[in-house]
Design a protein around this ligand. Structure first.
Ligand code: GTP
Ligand code: MG
Length: 326
């Protein structure tokens, strides 16, 4: 008996053959199943489509489980952790590759990245951790990366200036809100229990593309007052030299070097503190008993003169050297 398959069926079959991702393949197979005529002549086809779907679903779940394990285990390292998040193909992986020693897959087609991947970005004498993630709108990705997003110090929304960056930021914000994450300091009607306020910025990538000339100003008009916007080209190396310093600034941290009386400062290993921390905060960070036993400190760097004797409440600046006197 002839199968009498419809044009819609062949259309779906074409999509199946073109699909690169397992999820897209499954979707196409399901469409084929939905539009195929059911009669004796298609029994065999029906069975074979069903078993293909079952096999791919299993494979997809296995991949997801592996991804989950890897995803939830990103160990925080360095002076701060920044998660790159956004739509497919914006250049998140390209940024990670250019700024760190990590070598993620980068490709012309979307949905290249399937699991979160960390890398260490050097900035002067410290390292900042960047975490590349799969596109946030992709199926199952939100559950994979929500924890990573919540514990990060900063969320960098990466968008493509050659595409529609305003819409992409809006979509990304909506996806983040579904993870119960909202931008810190921005009003939202969904504030309340379980909602996490996170510091966020926009990395506007692909500024080398012609469309950037009109899309960057549009992005700045719409979001410039809410978020710092850093325009770069990860591919053409525009703005990449400044980027680590800019990210460091947005992280709101500072480096303080400690020194024992009569000895040289340990310039290799700064203590990382929130900006505007005091001498007392620095002491507490080093040791819990330090703060109570501290009489005074001597500071080099930010003071009006070097070797200034200061109290616990003295506010430190980035790069200061502190000598504690107990
Ligand atoms: N013109 C231009 N292309 C870029 C730039 N950065 C990345 N690309 C290209 O954009 C495509 C996507 O880059 P990826 O880094 O894979 O994008 P992604 O955001 O990681 O994509 P997913 O993993 O699918 O979410 C690749 O073909 C890159 O070569 C850029 O600054 N300018
Ligand atoms: Mg990627």
């Amino acid at each position: 008996m002839p199968a009498n398959l419809t044009p819609q069926y062949y259309e779906a079959e074409k999509r199946f053959r073109a699909a690169k991702e397992i999820d897209d393949k499954i979707a196409a197979l399901q469409d084929m199943l939905a539009v195929m005529p059911r009669h004796k002549g298609t029994d065999h086809l029906y069975g074979s489509l069903r078993s293909k779907i079952a096999k791919l679903t299993q494979e997809s779940e296995r991949k997801l489980a592996t991804a989950r394990r890897a995803g939830f285990l990103i160990r925080r390292e360095g002076a701060g952790q920044i998660v790159l998040v956004g739509p497919a193909n914006a250049g998140k992986s390209q940024l990670l590759a250019m700024l760190t020693a990590a070598s993620p897959d980068i490709a012309l087609y979307p949905y290249t990245t399937q699991t979160p991947m960390p890398g260490m970005m050097p900035f002067e004498d410290i390292q900042i951790q960047l975490v590349d993630t799969p596109p946030i709108g992709q199926r199952n990705v939100k559950s994979l990366i929500t924890n990573i997003l919540r514990v990060a110090d900063l969320i960098a929304m990466v968008v493509d200036l050659g595409d529609n960056p305003v819409a992409d930021v809006e979509t990304t914000l909506a996806e983040l809100e579904e993870c119960r994450i909202v931008p810190a300091g921005v009003q939202t009607d969904r504030e309340g229990d379980g909602i996490h306020a996170q510091r966020m910025i926009i990395i506007a990538n692909k500024c080398d593309l012609p469309a950037a000339a009109k899309n960057l100003p549009a992005l700045e008009r719409r979001f410039g007052r809410l978020f710092p916007i850093l325009a770069v080209s990860a591919e053409e190396l525009v703005g990449l030299e400044e980027l680590p310093g800019q990210l460091y600034d947005v992280l709101g941290i500072m480096r303080v070097y400690t020194k024992a009386p009569g000895q040289k400062a340990d310039l290799g290993d700064p203590v990382i503190l929130p900006r505007n921390s005091t001498v007392g905060d620095a002491a507490a960070e080093l040791h819990k008993d330090f703060k109570t036993g501290l009489k005074h400190a001597v500071v080099w760097g930010s003071g009006k003169f070097d070797a200034q004797t200061v109290s616990k409440s003295h506010v430190l600046a980035d790069g200061d050297i502190v000598e504690f006197h107990m």
